[in-house]
Design a binder for this molecule. Structure first.
Ligand SMILES: O=P(O)(O)O[C@H]1O[C@H](CO)[C@@H](O)[C@H]1O
Length: 305
């Protein structure tokens, strides 16, 4: 054990440290939920922009508006419903977030990632994270699904990281490897599911990164991101993924490529929320089947845990 891993929340030195996550408010949110639902899910889903419709898969749901959950943030982004569902999806108990939190909403990186810590205290072992993203890789087409093999934590480069600051080992270790953050078995499963559905040509794999937003990127920024080896760009997911891995969850994440990133100054058209929503809407039925089958696979695996 080193000095960073202690759990002495009220020590004077911790008072001087930044506003990183405390155990008690997260636990209060988790206990609020556990006391009000009979479900004890081990699988969770985070719905990206325009993908809240995945929530329609959940049968017999217990519905918790975020505003009712103590210490929980409230969604303000377009296409995010701001409610948490507990219920059954393809025969598996799930916890599903219809709405996530972004830096551009004014929340700290700790608050953006806080629901994942709530999931951990609820008992979640496997997590599916979805997002809408712009396609930087020129081979990608609008409507493709990019499974995250990896990410670049741009905010982390300058110390903006939900794991920074005081660490409470009840949320996992301070230092840990991230070379297998995204569990390759779920990528193999997703590829198989998409091939079975005749969607193999739309199944991609690559590197995601997150900017702060809310504006979409300039052509110069997009060219820089492409040089960094980034295939898809969004404004979310990285902080959730890191928090999930720290908590020991098995993670699958995918980007729906909702728009092509435009780096040519001669093109008049630019990225828009309307295009993001339209693509999400067009792909929702396929994504429901894919996510449903992935949840079923995760459910069989976590049953034994
Ligand atoms: O990452 P999700 O929440 O899917 O949302 C993506 O879509 C929004 C832009 O339309 C941004 O918030 C971007 O991050």
């Amino acid at each position: 054990m080193n000095g960073l891993e202690r759990t002495d929340g009220d020590s004077p030195v911790n008072e001087m440290r930044n506003q990183s996550m405390h155990f008690e408010p997260v636990n209060e949110s988790a206990q609020y939920l556990l006391q009000r639902t009979k479900y004890r899910p081990k699988v969770a889903v985070i719905c990206g922009s325009g993908l809240a419709t995945l929530g329609t898969l959940v049968e017999k749901p217990d519905v918790f508006p975020y505003e009712d959950i103590p210490n929980f943030p409230v969604s303000t982004a377009p296409g995010h419903k701001s409610r948490l569902l507990f219920g059954i999806l393809n025969g598996v108990q799930v916890m599903l977030m219809q709405g996530r939190f972004h830096l551009y909403e004014g929340y700290s990186i700790y608050m953006c990632a806080m629901p994942v810590r709530v999931m951990h205290l609820v008992g979640i072992k496997s997590l599916i994270v979805s997002n809408a993203a712009g396609g930087l890789n020129s081979k990608f087409k609008v409507g493709d699904v990019m499974m995250l093999q990896d990410h670049v934590n741009l905010q982390g480069f300058v110390g903006i990281n939900p794991l920074a600051g005081r660490t409470d080992t009840r949320f996992g270790p301070h230092f840990f490897a991230t070379n297998h953050a995204y569990d390759r078995k779920w990528r193999a499963k997703c590829r198989q599911i998409m091939e079975d559905l005749g969607l193999g040509d739309h199944c991609r794999e690559g590197v995601y990164s997150m900017v702060g937003g809310p504006n979409f990127e300039t052509p110069a920024e997009l060219r820089l991101l492409r040089m960094l080896g980034i295939d898809a760009i969004g404004m979310s997911t990285v902080h959730e993924a890191l928090t999930a891995v720290q908590c020991g969850m098995s993670l699958f994440a995918f980007s729906l490529i909702t728009n092509a990133c435009i780096t040519d100054y001669e093109v008049d058209q630019g990225a828009s929320v309307a295009e993001v929503m339209e693509t999400a809407h067009n792909r929702e039925e396929d994504l429901k089947i894919i996510v449903g089958r992935l949840v079923a696979a995760m459910g069989s695996e976590t049953q034994a845990l």
